[in-house]
Design a protein around this ligand. Structure first.
Ligand code: EPZ
Length: 417
C-alpha cells in the first residue's frame, strides 16, 4: 500500500491555486441525472470520490467523458435504476443520487450506505423527507427500493441542517408537482453551487445559502454548463500547512467569503492572514496561541471538515485548547495518531483537550479518514525527523496532487509504493 514519507522542519513558501470543491462536484454530478440532457461541468478536481461518482453514472448508462478538468455528462442514455452496491459502499455520499433518480424516473434501487470512519452517518432525514414528498421506500436486505407515481412539493422541516438531506430534497423537488419549501436547510456554499447548476439547467430554486430554500417544480431541464466553486476545505488545509511550518504562502483562486470562520480561528491562533476577493496571504507566526474553544458547527460556523487540521496546529501551540466536535459522532481518530508523534491530547466523547508541546517527533502513523489523514500530513511537515503515513488512499479522496503541491511549496514529502 502507498505511503507518504515526510521529513519535517521545512518552512513552506510560494503560491498555490485551489482545486474545485469535492463536496460541490459530487451532488452536481448526481444532479446531471435529472435533465436527460448534456451537462458540461468544469474545474473538476482529480479525486478518487469523483472517479466513483463517474463510475456510478456510467453504470446507470449515462455517457460520461472527462477531458482534463471538464466532465461531459449525457444522461439521456441512462437505462438502469439500480446503483451498484460496491460503489455505494465505497462512497456513502452517493446516497444523494436517490433524489435525482426519483425526479427523473420515479424509481431507484440503492444499497443502504454503511457508516464510515467518522460515525454511523444515518440517512433518516433523507428518507423521512422523500417519503413526505410521496416516495414509497422499502428497506430490506440492506437495500432501499424507492418508487413514486409522482413526487409532490410540500413543506419540509429538517430536524437538523443536514447537507446531504438538503441536497437530496432539492434534487427530488426539481421536477415535483408544485412547490417544495425546505426549512432549517443546510447553508453551506456547496448548496448554493448546486442551486446555480440546477437553475442554469432550467430549475426554479431560490434561497440556497439561507435556512429556507424554495423549489418550484418544472416539467423539464435543458443542456447547461457550470464551473465548480473552489474547495474551501482544501484551501483551509494549505493555510494550516503554512501556519504550522511558520511559512508564508499565497493561495489563489478561492472565494474568501467561504473561509471567514477558518480565517477567524487561524488569526485567533496568531496566524497572519491578508485577504482579498480571490486570494489570501498566510504567514505562520513564531509561536501559535492555544484556542480557548473550537466548536464545529453547520455553516457559517466553523466547519467540521477543518477540525482535524486545526487540532494538528494546536498540538504545538502555547497553552491548552479545547475542541468540541458537535457535528459527527466519532471524528477524533487522528488524536491517537498525533499522540504517537508526541502530542498531548485527551478526548472525552466529542470533546478533546490539547495541551501544546514544544515539538512533535516523526513516527509511523496511519490515516483513519480523509481529514484526519490531512492532519497527519500537517503534523509531519513540522515534526522533527521522518514521518511515515499509511492508508493515504483516504487522503486521495479529497486532495488533488497533495504531494506535488506541498513539494512546490518546499516540503520534503514523497510517496513510496
Ligand atoms: C457532508 O456530509 C459532507 N460530505 C461532509 O464532508 C461534511 O463533513 C458534512 O456534510 C457536514 O458539513 C459531502 O458533501 C459529500 P450531514 P453529509 O448530512 O451530507 C447527521 C469531507 O470530509 N445526519 O450534514 O453526510 C449525521 O450523522 C466530508 O469532505 C442524521 O442524523 O453530512 C451527522 O452527524 C466528511 N441523519 C450530521 O447530521 C441524516 O439523515 C451532519 O451530517 C443525515 C445526517
Amino acid at each position: 500500500m502507498e505511503k507518504y514519507i515526510i521529513n519535517g522542519g521545512h518552512k513552506l513558501s510560494g503560491e498555490l491555486s485551489i482545486q474545485g470543491a469535492k463536496n460541490s462536484v459530487l451532488p452536481i454530478l448526481a444532479a446531471t441525472v435529472i435533465s436527460g440532457k448534456t451537462s458540461v461541468i468544469s474545474n473538476i478536481p482529480k479525486l478518487r470520490d469523483v472517479d466513483i461518482m463517474i463510475k456510478i453514472l456510467s453504470s446507470l448508462g449515462a455517457g460520461v467523458t472527462l477531458d482534463d478538468d471538464v466532465i461531459y455528462v449525457d444522461s439521456s442514455t441512462i437505462n438502469k435504476i439500480e446503483v451498484p452496491e460496491e460503489l455505494v459502499r465505497e462512497m456513502r455520499s452517493s446516497i444523494i443520487i436517490m433524489g435525482a433518480m426519483l425526479a427523473r424516473f420515479g424509481e431507484v434501487k440503492i444499497a443502504f450506505p454503511g457508516g464510515c470512519e467518522i460515525g454511523p452517518r444515518p440517512i433518516d432525514l433523507h428518507l423521512k423527507s422523500l417519503r413526505q414528498m410521496g416516495a414509497v421506500i422499502e428497506e430490506a436486505h440492506g437495500f432501499l427500493e424507492c418508487k413514486t407515481t409522482g413526487l409532490k412539493g410540500c413543506e419540509i422541516q429538517l430536524d437538523y441542517p443536514s447537507v446531504g438531506a438538503t441536497e437530496n430534497i432539492m434534487l427530488a423537488a426539481v421536477t415535483a408537482e408544485g412547490v417544495t419549501t425546505i426549512r432549517n436547510a443546510a447553508r453551506e456554499p456547496e448548496i448554493v453551487d448546486l442551486q446555480y447548476y440546477l437553475n442554469e439547467a432550467g430549475a426554479r430554486i431560490v434561497g440556497a445559502g439561507t435556512s429556507i430554500i424554495t423549489i418550484e417544480g418544472v416539467k423539464e431541464l435543458r443542456d447547461c454548463k457550470h464551473r465548480i466553486i473552489p474547495d474551501r476545505i482544501v484551501a483551509g488545509t494549505y493555510m494550516a500547512a503554512a501556519a504550522i511550518t511558520k511559512g508564508e504562502i499565497i493561495i489563489k483562486d478561492i472565494i474568501t467569503d467561504h473561509l471567514l470562520s477558518i480565517i477567524a480561528k487561524l488569526r485567533e491562533a496568531g496566524v497572519i492572514v491578508y485577504a482579498n476577493g480571490n486570494a489570501l496571504k498566510v504567514i505562520g507566526p513564531n509561536k501559535l496561541y492555544a484556542l480557548e474553544m473550537l466548536q464545529t458547527l453547520p455553516y457559517p460556523g466553523f466547519p467540521t471538515d477543518m477540525q482535524a487540521q486545526i487540532m494538528a496546529l494546536l498540538t504545538i501551540a502555547n497553552g491548552t485548547s479545547i475542541v468540541n466536535e458537535t457535528v459527527f459522532e466519532n471524528r477524533f481518530k487522528h488524536a491517537e495518531e498525533l499522540t504517537r508523534m508526541g502530542a498531548n491530547i485527551k478526548t472525552f466523547g466529542k470533546v478533546a483537550v490539547i495541551k501544546g508541546v514544544k515539538e512533535l517527533t516523526g513516527a509511523k502513523v496511519a490515516a483513519k479518514d480523509l481529514r484526519g489523514g490531512a492532519a497527519l500530513v500537517l503534523a509531519g511537515l513540522v515534526a522533527q525527523g521522518s514521518t511515515e503515513i499509511e492508508n493515504i488512499y483516504h487522503i486521495n479522496r479529497g486532495y488533488e496532487n497533495m504531494v506535488e503541491n506541498l513539494r512546490s511549496l518546499g516540503a520534503d514529502i514523497k510517496i513510496i509504493r
